[in-house]
Write a protein that binds this ligand. Structure first.
Ligand SMILES: Cc1cc2nc3c(=O)[nH]c(=O)nc-3n(C[C@H](O)[C@H](O)[C@H](O)COP(=O)(O)OP(=O)(O)OC[C@H]3O[C@@H](n4cnc5c(N)ncnc54)[C@H](O)[C@@H]3O)c2cc1C
Length: 523
């Protein structure tokens, strides 16, 4: 078995008096990407995450590595071009986690068909040398063959185009492992609680171990704030009077069984009643329906946003218009909500976040805090490249070239087609429970739980069921029935006392309810 770096070892590194070159706060796509970049440039790198890696927005995306067809409509060509370039790097450097997926846009009249075909030709052009396959028109019969679950009345044809699909939380864990391979120290359950300053400049940070309450004061040449929708809170630790940068917008997804959209191709509904696009996407043996775009400027509690009834109704209503078998509330296997960390242009009205750009920003405060905000999963590498280059300037670190365009991520196999464990698969196969399924309806083994605890820094049952496996995202009720068994494995692996296990189990049941579909209305 590969050598593991225990939490105790990682915490011990915090007690060394040597300053860190770069401290990154936040373990989502932005922060983990920055940790890989900083470590790959040879900087002594520490990343701290308040909860679990990807516990925020980064596990709740639509799971697409895409240029963003809908951004074409907004004329955001630079964003689309950058994203398409990043898509091609990811297909190569994370071949175990990102794969091509065909999307079909049905057309119910000839004008729509021409408009969509023209838009997608532009998408092909912006792909340049990075195109996956060119888009092309489909006849009515071809659309029906590609999407057997689609309503046929009035259908006149469609367009097929290609984008990337991935497992967001697994990519986050893979980035954490890549950064660790490169020498970074990455710790979950370790929030930043304060910034240390000397003569008005940030020189370090105060951290707290959420498991034990132990406090740490560490020295760092530069601090990167990559806390997603929490970024303004961290910016206020530096300057309490700073104007807000972000305007959170909520997006939810429903997960239903695969037979609502049989086949391997995704459906893009080009225009819903709120003027956005909606997807029905095959993912890990289920279908994802999403998403919404609900401004949530009033949210005080940014952790664990809750789906609104109106959002669930909207997705079910929209799906019912286009699928032969309309899903109902009783068909929902899981529901999850995420908050987009959208940049808030000064004049922006909170009610129109669908029109805001997903572009990112790197800001440096007077005290030297580098904030990386906005963006999307697809462009995490580019965002990290910009943020780390800026951070190195702020810290006066030697300028090093960014090597991540060609850097293979942890576990990346030589050929596509492996599962998400990539080259780690033999390590997994050697663990006890490799042949024992966790649950008959879920594609996970007991060995995966042990692997998550030993190799992937899982600390809670939810870490295992939501972000090392995706059980809670696929079928929340089935996942909840595995909690006691996962707890037993934790007890064996970490030598936990019965009292600790009981608390773990109670917390896991409470957290699992967040993914549970709402009860169907009475009557
Ligand atoms: C509904 C939805 C669908 C999306 N779909 C896609 C898609 O298909 N493709 C795509 O490319 N992008 C997509 N995105 C965008 C993408 O998911 C986000 O841009 C990205 O995940 C944001 O990552 P982040 O690291 O900035 O934020 P987060 O993932 O939220 O990470 C920030 C982290 O900082 C931590 N933190 C906060 N405060 C502290 C502190 N004091 N100390 C330590 N840590 C702290 C939080 O716990 C959190 O884990 C989608 C977004 C949403 C909401």
């Amino acid at each position: 078995m590969e050598a593991t770096i225990s939490r105790a070892d990682r915490l011990a590194a915090l007690r060394e008096p040597r300053p860190w070159d770069v401290l990154i706060v936040g373990g989502g796509a932005s922060g983990l990407g920055a940790a890989v970049d900083a470590a790959a440039r040879g900087y002594r790198t520490l990343l701290v995450e308040a909860r679990d890696f990807a516990a925020g927005t980064s596990s709740c995306s639509t799971k697409l590595i895409h240029g963003g067809v809908r951004y074409l409509r907004q004329g955001d060509f630079a964003l689309v071009r950058n994203a398409l370039r990043e898509r091609s790097y990811l297909l190569r450097n994370a071949a175990h986690l990102v794969h091509p997926l065909a999307f079909v846009i049905p057309a119910w009249n000839g004008v729509d068909r021409i408009v969509h075909a023209a838009g997608l030709k532009l998408y092909d052009v912006l792909s340049g040398g990075h195109a996956m396959a060119a888009s092309h028109s489909l006849s009515r019969q071809e659309v029906i063959a590609a999407l057997p679950g689609l309503r046929r009345a009035g259908l006149c044809g469609g367009i097929r185009y290609w984008d990337g699909q991935f497992d967001d939380a697994r990519l986050a864990i893979t980035l954490m492992r890549t950064a660790t391979d490169l020498g970074a120290t990455c710790l979950n359950y370790l929030p930043l609680t304060g910034l240390l300053k000397t003569g008005g400049r940030i020189t370090g940070a105060r951290l707290r171990d959420a498991e034990t309450g132990e406090e740490f004061e560490i020295a760092a040449r530069v601090v990167i704030n990559a806390t997603g929708v929490h970024a303004d809170r961290v910016r206020r630790l530096d300057d309490p009077a700073v104007a807000p940068l972000l305007t959170p917008s909520q997006g939810i997804h429903l997960v239903v069984d695969a037979d609502f959209l049989p086949g391997r191709q995704a459906l893009m509904i080009p225009e819903t009643e709120d003027g956005r696009v909606m997807f029905a996407i095959p993912w890990q043996g289920k279908v994802l329906l999403g998403t919404t775009d609900t401004p949530r400027p009033e949210l005080q509690q940014l952790d664990n946003p809750q789906p609104l009834v109106a959002e669930i109704d909207f997705l079910l209503r929209t799906a019912a218009k286009v699928l032969t078998r309309p899903p109902t509330r009783a068909d929902i296997r899981s529901v999850f909500a995420g908050l987009r960390p959208l940049i808030h242009p000064d004049s922006t009205d909170h009610r129109t976040t669908a029109a805001l750009s997903r572009e990112h920003a790197v800001l440096v405060s007077a005290g030297g805090l580098v904030t990386l905000a906005g963006g999307k999963w697809t462009t995490y590498r580019l965002m990290a490249e910009h943020a780390v280059a800026r951070a190195a300037e702020v810290a006066g670190l030697p300028a090093e070239p960014c090597p991540t365009r060609t850097l293979k991520l942890h576990g990346c196999p030589a050929d596509a087609g492996s599962d998400v464990y990539g080259t780690d698969a033999p390590l997994l196969a050697a663990l006890p429970g490799h042949d024992r399924p966790l649950h008959p309806a879920l594609p996970y083994s007991e060995a995966m739980v042990r692997f998550a605890i030993r190799q992937e820094a899982a600390r809670t049952i939810e870490d295992v069921l939501a972000r090392r496996t995706r059980a809670l995202f696929l079928d929340a009720a089935a996942a909840a029935t595995t909690i006691e068994r996962v707890a037993e494995i934790f007890a064996e692996e970490l030598g936990l006392a019965p009292g600790q296990v009981a608390v773990m189990i109670a917390t896991a049941h409470e957290n699992a309810r967040r993914f549970m579909p709402p009860s169907p209305p009475a009557g």
